[in-house]
Design a binder for this molecule. Structure first.
Ligand SMILES: Nc1ncnc2c1ncn2[C@@H]1O[C@H](COP(=O)(O)OP(=O)(O)OP(=O)(O)O)[C@@H](O)[C@H]1O
Length: 257
């Protein structure tokens, strides 16, 4: 995936010049990335800032059309954005936990989502999610007035009320307090176990990865550096350091052979 990004020098003169004459630079966000996920796996998708994780997630969920390459998820090409595809997947981003109009109450957002995804009125998934995510007190509140953690819980319920088979979780615990983060991890683990969903998870919090993922795919500068068991990766370090330290070394020095 190559982006064409506008660039300009600093200063007012450069800003004025850019009005009539824009310069662009090619930015390779994802290159030569190839992997396969098995149904029901929860896989950590890791890499330093700017490695290309979010770009990949956006491609997989059909938001971005890559400049080259092939992708197949559940037999669909994501960027064709077929209805049958979008009904089976969800992208959940910690940096933007809820889409849609923020003036709506949480309850109205659920109703709206139900209509969008043809979830029958008789389906009790939303009631289950309200219980599991402790959303009872939030139902009559406007989305825009919720705290980040509350938005995340409501956003998760919105994304899961049509029971997607594939979840792309992009930094789902970003900004959550320790209790909220561990509740979210428990919830994701239970969702995966009870539905058999396939999950690709990015996170900079190694507790998320250790708790949820047996396999990790590590990318750096848009290329895959490791794809395999998390345990085998940490075993490369004889003194058995914490996963935070392992990742710090890998991001800095590369993968030991
Ligand atoms: N819309 C865009 N236009 C231009 N460049 C972009 C755009 N989106 C991403 N990039 C660039 O692509 C590269 C990969 O970005 P991406 O957001 O995928 O990284 P990431 O691995 O998710 O990083 P982080 O851990 O910081 O969230 C970065 O260099 C980024 O600046």
């Amino acid at each position: 995936m190559t982006f064409q990004a506008p660039v300009r020098e600093a200063g007012l003169r450069a800003a004025l010049k850019a009005v009539t004459h824009r310069e662009y630079r090619q930015i390779e966000a994802v290159t030569d990335l190839s992997f396969h996920l098995h149904a029901g796996e929860v896989v950590g998708f890791l890499g330093p800032n700017g490695a290309g994780k979010t770009t990949t997630m956006k491609i997989l969920s059909g938001i971005l059309h890559p400049t080259s390459g092939d992708v197949s998820v559940l037999g669909f090409t994501p960027w064709q954005r077929r209805r049958e595809y979008l009904r089976q997947i969800a992208l959940i981003r910690g940096s933007q936990p809820i889409g849609g109009p923020t003036e709506l109450t949480v309850m109205d957002s659920f109703k709206y989502q139900r209509v969008l995804y043809d979830v029958p009125r008789t389906d009790t998934t939303v009631d289950d999610l309200v219980d599991l995510l402790d959303l009872g007190n939030l139902l009559r509140r406007q989305i825009r007035a919720l705290s980040l953690g509350e938005k995340m819980r409501a956003g998760l319920a919105m994304a899961l009320l049509y029971r997607p088979k594939v979840l792309f979780l992009d930094e789902p615990t970003l900004g959550l307090d320790v209790l909220a983060a561990s509740a979210l991890r428990r919830f994701v683990a239970e969702y995966a176990a009870s539905t058999g969903a396939t999950i690709l998870l990015t996170s900079h919090y190694m507790t998320d990865v250790e708790t949820l993922c047996e396999r990790v795919i590590l990318i750096d500068r848009s290329r895959i550096r490791y794809d395999g068991e998390l345990a085998a990766l940490t075993a490369k370090f004889a003194e058995n350091p914490s996963l935070d330290v392992v990742m710090e070394r890998l991001y800095r020095d590369g993968i030991p052979s």
